[in-house]
Design a protein around this ligand. Structure first.
Ligand code: ARG
Length: 466
């Protein structure tokens, strides 16, 4: 374990670290995930070194061949990672140098400080693209479920108390809106991740005439017009992890949104609500109670929001006391970022799949939505249309609710006479307020759960998510 890498600090140090020190300081056990990006970063750096005359054409070819070989072995699972070489960067470079003498020139004007910043940015960029697709697909799954049950009406709730009727699709589209804001934040975050730090060296750039713009362009760090995007301050570039924190912060919002969706799903799937049925494959049984069918995906999604929040706080805390510039503390960023990415991506995928295997108990929803108390506000609006001030109308309908309770019947079952006995402004047509179909047709403000409006919103999202 005390073997020194010829590519590292061998000139300065006489002995290598002890085993427990090596184990404490290594990051290869988790940063091996950056291998693909590390190799592509090196390929671009090497190509640039050849352009500026540091590498000969033959040396570049040899380095390209060696890195290609190593990539193939990593891909095949035959590459041997060595913990004593600390991290992914030194493992790959040491192996390359062993095979290709010119490998010793690869680290010219490069530090692991700008290398790791590069690798993480490249890795996160790819993950963001995948995650954006998965978020879109989750939105699609919500729209599909809403559209497949377009006529289903459920009670909308405030304080988990029945409030007013809404289309089931309207409830689902609320989540589509939330996820759309998340999607926007994700694309915005991409723009700040997509800046190339290579060429910043350890802290102060290099005295060699590097072509940073060439490297950036090679690695697709470019704007919409194809112009290279490179960091503008070498000290900031090697110590900045804002892009990772920014991702973790938007991920925390996604996790919160998915946790709320999960809570709704869990309630709806309970025997008490029984609005939906999740397919067996997306639930689990109990080891003891044979009748149980548990909404574990939703519960775990709700639970996993905790680790996503925790990762965000861990990163903020990690950074807050760091003096400029790179400090080894920064190595602690990766597991938190990896875990966040893995967690939110899995949540998005699994929830989309679960929703695609969820059916709606239309009869149960219809029975719940037929609760005429849900239309008490509509009855008050009726009085407002008769010219009554809303505060008085609210009071009159409250009296009608009390009468219905006294008579032991639903509000909607009060006769026209009984309503008129509460307040003379209730005309013969007052009972029309309890016609659910008409009540839904009347809710046609933009953003309201009206029949036409919800159809319009469903159509809008179907088109947008095509
Ligand atoms: N494994 C390190 C990290 O993850 C790479 C950079 C190490 N730099 C250094 N000067 N020791 O941050």
């Amino acid at each position: 374990m005390s073997k020194q890498s010829p590519t590292s600090r061998s000139g300065r140090f006489t002995s290598g670290p002890g085993e427990d020190v090596a184990r404490f300081t290594e990051s290869i056990s988790f940063d091996w995930r950056l291998w693909w990006h590390d190799i592509h970063g090196s390929l671009a750096h090497a190509a640039m070194l050849e352009r500026i005359g540091v590498l000969t054409r033959a040396e570049l070819k040899a380095i390209q061949g060696g890195l290609g070989q190593i990539a193939a072995e990593i891909e095949a699972g035959t590459f041997k990672w060595k913990p004593e070489l600390e991290d992914v960067h030194m493992n790959i470079e040491a192996e390359l140098t062993k095979r290709v003498p010119a490998g010793a020139k690869l680290h010219t004007a490069r530090s692991r400080n700008d290398q790791v910043a590069l690798d993480v940015r490249m890795w996160l960029r790819d993950e963001i693209i995948e995650f954006a697709r998965e978020l879109r697909d989750l939105q699609r799954a919500l729209v599909e479920l809403g559209a497949a049950n377009a006529s289903v009406i459920i009670p909308g709730y405030t304080h988990v108390q029945r409030a007013q009727p809404v289309y089931f699709a309207h409830h689902l589209l609320a989540y589509v809106e939330m996820l759309d804001r998340d999607y926007g934040r994700l694309l915005d975050c991409f723009n700040r991740v997509n800046v190339c730090p290579l060429g910043s060296g350890a802290i102060a750039g290099s005295t060699l005439p590097l072509d940073r713009e060439f490297v950036a362009t090679e690695l697709a760090f470019v704007d919409a017009k194809g112009r290279p995007l490179v960091t503008q301050n070498s000290m900031d570039a090697v110590s900045d992890r804002d892009f990772a924190i920014e991702f973790c912060s938007l991920a925390a919002l996604v996790a919160m949104h998915l946790s709320r969706l999960s809570e709704d799903v869990i309630l709806w799937a309970s025997s008490e609500f029984n609005f939906i049925k999740i397919a067996d494959a997306y639930t689990t049984g109990s080891s003891l109670m044979p009748q149980k069918k548990n909404p574990d995906i939703a519960e775990l999604t709700r639970g996993k929001s905790g680790r996503v929040y925790g990762n965000l706080v861990a990163l903020l805390t990690l950074l807050k006391g760091l003096p400029m510039t790179y400090n080894r503390d920064l190595q602690e960023d990766k597991e938190r970022l990896f875990d966040t990415v893995d967690t939110v991506r899995a949540c998005a995928r699994l929830n989309a799949a679960m929703l695609r295997h969820t059916s709606v108990n239309a009869a149960v929803c219809a029975a719940a939505a037929s609760d005429s108390a849900l239309l008490a506000t509509d009855l008050a609006d009726y009085l407002v249309r008769q010219g009554m001030p809303f505060r008085h109308a609210h009071h009159a309908v409250g009296a009608a609710v009390a009468l219905a309770e006294k008579l032991g019947k639903p509000l909607g079952d009060l006769t026209a006479e009984e309503l008129a006995s509460v307040n003379a402004a209730f005309g013969a047509d007052a009972k029309d307020s309890f016609n659910l179909g008409k009540a839904m047709a009347r809710r046609n403000l933009t953003g309201a759960p009206g029949t036409k409006e919800v159809a319009k919103q469903l159509a809008r999202w179907k088109k947008a998510l095509k």
